[in-house]
Write a protein that binds this ligand. Structure first.
Ligand SMILES: [Fe+2]
Ligand SMILES: [Fe+2]
Length: 359
């Protein structure tokens, strides 16, 4: 037997005791109030997170996350000597919670798709150079911004108390959704004889604002409601920018994912403001800065030219495209203000950017 450390020696001693029949079995009597539950799938979608939250006390989410600082599953018995990992400092439910989050996670798991298999790539066709270049510029821009919604949740995820595991699981699903979005737009740019075109300094300014937001809720308001809200409206109108069934399918599938992300952000802000009405000004302030950055990105020359060429159907119809972009922008603003109202925030008189674009 080689020399082993005290930790390994203790493990070997325990193994030896168990093999010799010196059993403990006290774990069998742990957590008696958590025993005897039987979660049942609600419907044909199978056994969801929502279903296991309906049994016993397992669905009780404390307002203050437990302070043992470990990864112990909520509802399990926590031994007294449980060591803290020292990284969970978001322990207040109101800072991350949304009442729809378990439902959204179940939906996210059920609606995963593959950019390799679920897009009809064989239906791509050679396009006129102006249209293919415009499509590739739009895809470059989307590939640049999509993964902010992976990096931002990742930045906060490991701070969140494990008692709020529904939030952590949902954010994990969002990170993978965004990975798929980044890859699908990159793939579209590279799949039809074109390639990536120009990245955007204006986009980077907006992304920085989201990454550097001082807390999760302000970052979420900026990203889930403002940024992803604008993108959701864009994808909903994806027919406007589609050249073939390939782009239509991409926009439609991404739209489903974005709708979940925006729904979480809206309901989180609602929960937060109900608990912290005194912090409304903080949200207004970050949204004002975000609106300016979003406007700057949306009206950047590379962005509007490429979008208008696609929307108009060619460089010679770019004016028609601008008319459609004006319609789209108005929808983006209307839907953004509506979602904020749903969250309990009225920005209709505080909006930092125009309600409509000039003709
Ligand atoms: Fe996305
Ligand atoms: Fe998203």
């Amino acid at each position: 037997m080689p020399h082993v450390s005290p930790i390994v020696e203790k493990g070997l001693d325990t193994l030896n005791d168990v093999r010799q029949g010196k059993l403990d079995l006290s774990w069998m009597n742990s957590n008696p109030q958590g025993w005897g539950v039987k979660a049942i799938p609600r419907d044909e979608r199978g056994l969801g997170l929502e279903d296991i939250n309906r049994v016993g006390n397992y669905g009780v989410v404390p307002d203050g996350g437990s302070l043992h600082g470990s990864m112990a599953p909520r509802g399990s018995e926590i031994p007294e000597h449980m060591p803290s990992l020292g990284c969970y400092d978001i322990n207040d439910k109101s800072l991350v919670w949304a009442d729809n989050v378990a439902h959204l996670y179940d939906e996210a798991v059920a609606r995963q798709w593959s950019s390799a298999r679920d897009i009809p790539w064989d239906q791509l066709k050679p396009q006129r150079e102006d249209l293919e270049k415009a499509m590739c510029q739009v895809c470059t821009s989307l590939a640049e911004i999509e993964f902010i919604a992976g990096d931002m949740p990742a930045k906060w995820l490991w701070h969140i108390n494990h008692d709020f595991h529904e939030v952590k699981l949902f954010l994990a699903s969002q990170i993978f959704d965004e990975a798929r979005h980044m890859e699908v737009f990159r793939k579209r740019a590279l799949a039809n004889g074109g390639g990536l075109l120009r990245s955007s300094p204006d986009a980077e300014n907006q992304l920085r604002l989201i990454l550097e937001a001082p807390n999760f809720t302000t970052g979420s308001a900026l990203m889930h409601i403002l940024g992803e809200g604008f993108v959701l409206t864009l994808f909903r109108n994806g027919e406007m920018f589609s050249l073939t069934p390939v782009e239509k399918k991409i926009f439609r599938l991404c739209m489903q994912d974005e709708a979940r992300h925006v729904a979480y952000g809206t309901m989180h802000l609602k929960y937060f403001l109900e608990k912290h009405p005194e912090r409304e000004d903080e949200i207004h302030d970050i949204l004002r800065r975000g609106e300016e950055a979003t406007f700057s990105l949306n009206q950047a020359q590379d962005t509007i030219e490429a979008r208008a060429i696609l929307a108009g159907g060619g460089l010679e119809h770019i004016e028609d495209g601008f008319v459609k972009l004006k319609y789209l922008f108005k929808k983006q603003i209307q839907e953004y203000l509506y979602r904020l109202r749903m969250a309990g925030l009225d920005r209709s008189h505080k909006l930092a950017i125009p309600f409509e674009l000039p003709v």
